[in-house]
Design a protein around this ligand. Structure first.
Ligand SMILES: Cc1cc2nc3c(=O)[nH]c(=O)nc-3n(C[C@H](O)[C@H](O)[C@H](O)COP(=O)(O)OP(=O)(O)OC[C@H]3O[C@@H](n4cnc5c(N)ncnc54)[C@H](O)[C@@H]3O)c2cc1C
Length: 385
């Protein structure tokens, strides 16, 4: 293979998954991550259907994902008096195989840290393409040159901004924010039953094995520093002011939250995945926050991108074209819908309608069949031999 030195920006799911394959195919891989360590946190993420299973199995992590799975737990929708209104079946929220995002990120890091170079606490500041590579400068480290650069740095991708243009050209705000906050014992600490409480335009879910506490609320775009937890705590508390049920008690513990992650529900739409020697992968290219497909798309996308590079002998022009051609159709699910109105319906009527869908076995089966179809809608090639 030519083009064997590859820089990947982002060490969450897409980045380490690609690193795993590229190292196996003989590349020299560097992963740069802005956070100081592999980032913990996040709710459970899920896999469904034969395509996800096959890729996890070929990666050699299927058994370990199964060992760490959380899935299969029902969640009860309650009113302010804790009266049950509906039960969301575990098979709906958890897919076929469910694992906490932080556990999956850690597992992928563990499987690649000895074969790839990881640089934490740094970020790319410029990308300059030459005939033979990409010259890269960093916030902290010395400049280096790589054959290829991959942006696997999420919805707010830094690589996309540097190589394709400003975020406003590619990211659509979907009118909602979500927050995950580790509230200690208050969020159930894995023992309490999983419950979801709604008021028009806001939702709080606590308890159960998917911890931490999970909030979704309707909001216009907010201006804040995504790396400042104190600002995020204040925004969360402001969004839930005056709420019923246990919201005042939960909000009172937010200032002491050991971990918080607050971000918008956004959709990424790019007109192409690659420009020259730079290519996008995962949420950076086809993110749709909480859409339920992000992690599956990242894992399958990494498999196809690495496989196409191998099949093209490292010729990035051929490989990136093939990756886009073969993957765009599969990633179309990311262009549809928004989880916001479903998780936090804007009116009481919409709340009742949403709850009603969980009481209908027919509708549930239909939704499950549809998601299964999207998750398996690709002809997977076997690039390994
Ligand atoms: C902390 C965290 C919690 C999450 N929680 C959930 C959840 O509860 N439910 C859900 O459905 N999805 C969640 N996600 C998103 C989910 O991981 C993705 O939708 C999906 O797995 C695709 O992953 P990705 O690797 O493409 O992007 P992401 O998982 O978003 O990862 C992007 C990575 O790039 C890093 N990064 C960002 N900017 C830079 C930069 N300038 N330089 C270097 N690295 C950079 C980020 O720190 C992050 O590690 C979460 C992501 C993170 C990072």
């Amino acid at each position: 293979m030519k083009n064997t030195t590859v820089l990947i920006s982002g060490a969450s799911i897409a980045g380490p998954a690609l690193a795993l394959w590229l190292a196996r195919y003989g590349c020299t891989v560097t992963v740069v991550e802005k956070a100081a360590t592999p980032r913990p946190g996040g709710q459970a993420v899920d896999f469904k259907g034969a395509t996800h299973r096959t890729v996890l199995e070929r990666m050699g992590i299927l058994d370990e994902v199964r060992r760490r799975q959380t899935g299969g737990h029902d969640q009860t929708v309650i009113d302010a008096d804790e009266k049950p209104l509906a039960v969301i079946p575990g098979e709906f929220t958890g897919g076929e195989l469910e694992i906490r995002r932080g556990d999956l990120a850690e597992l992928l890091y563990e499987r690649t840290k000895d074969t790839c170079e990881y640089v934490f606490g740094d970020s790319i500041t410029s990308l300059t393409e030459t005939a033979s590579g990409v010259h890269v400068t960093f916030e902290r480290g010395a400049p280096r040159t790589f054959d290829l650069v991959v942006g696997a740095d999420g919805i707010h991708s830094n690589v996309r901004r540097l190589a394709f243009g400003p975020e406003s050209d590619y990211v659509r705000h979907l009118g909602y924010y979500y927050a995950l906050a580790d509230l200690g014992g208050t969020d159930g600490d894995n023992d309490g039953a999983a419950v979801m409480y709604n008021e028009p335009g806001r939702m709080a879910a606590v308890g159960g094995p998917k911890a931490p506490a999970f909030f979704v609320f309707a909001s216009e775009p907010l201006s804040y520093d995504r790396y400042d937890p104190e600002q995020q705590k204040k925004l969360l508390m402001a969004a839930y002011k005056g709420g019923g049920w246990r919201l005042p008690e939960l909000m009172a513990t937010v200032p002491r939250a050991s971990d918080i992650y607050l971000d918008s529900l956004s959709r990424v739409v790019v007109d192409r995945y690659a420009t020259g020697r730079v290519v996008l992968l995962g949420d950076a290219a086809y993110g749709n926050t909480l859409g339920g497909f992000g992690t599956g798309l990242a894992i399958v996308g990494a498999y196809v991108l690495a496989g196409e590079l191998r099949a093209a002998g490292g010729d990035h022009r051929v490989a990136f074209r093939q990756y886009e051609e073969k993957f765009r159709g599969y990633a179309k699910i990311s262009k549809q819908g928004s989880a916001g109105p479903f998780l936090a319906p804007p009116t009481r009527l919409r709340m009742r309608l949403r709850n009603w869908t969980f009481t209908s076995r027919f509708l549930l089966r239909l939704m499950l069949r549809l998601t299964d179809r999207f998750a398996t809608d690709i002809d997977l090639e076997d690039y390994r031999f």
